[in-house]
Design a protein around this ligand. Structure first.
Ligand code: HEM
Length: 124
């Protein structure tokens, strides 16, 4: 299995991406620091998606039915909520519900990722 289709690379991309997202979320709205961290977070969205798609293709070798499709969707939703939270809060709109959706999608993506057969398998 190549590095680009490895769970180590995928985990690296979402851990770093979420850290930049969280920093951008707590920094002052419209500040230079926030713009930069948001931009870096966006770069990591692309890497999260890329590594996720590589793993998805790899996962088609396993007989897990629709679960890989669900993992794809949950990962995509997690990234979507991250971007929506940053964009909506920069427009001073409410993001409380989006934070709840973000945590649900994140928890689901992590649970399913660790359950599926590639990489770490914590849940049977
Ligand atoms: C912030 C968003 C995401 C988080 C937190 C996340 C989390 C995880 C975790 C914890 C794993 C398990 C790693 C391991 O078993 O070693 C994983 C694997 C995987 N992820 Fe993601 N992921 C995210 C985004 C995505 C996206 C966008 C896609 C699809 C485009 C995707 C597709 C996959 C696939 C196919 C696997 C392999 C599942 C397996 O067999 O273990 N992920 N992800």
């Amino acid at each position: 299995m190549s590095f680009l289709a490895s769970t180590h690379f995928h985990i690296f991309t979402w851990v770093v991406g979420i850290i930049f997202f969280l920093v951008a979320a707590v920094l002052a709205r419209g500040s230079k620091g926030q713009k930069i961290t948001h931009m870096i977070a966006r770069l990591f969205y692309v890497l999260i998606l890329f590594s996720g798609v590589m793993l998805f293709i790899e996962g088609m070798k396993y007989d897990e039915g629709a679960l890989y499709g669900v993992k794809f969707l949950l990962g995509l939703l997690t990234v979507g909520f991250m971007e929506m939270i940053l964009v909506r809060s920069s427009k001073e709109k409410s993001v409380t519900t989006l934070w709840i959706f973000f945590f649900i999608a994140l928890f689901g993506a992590m649970f399913l990722g660790f359950k599926l057969p590639i990489g770490f398998t914590f849940f049977m």
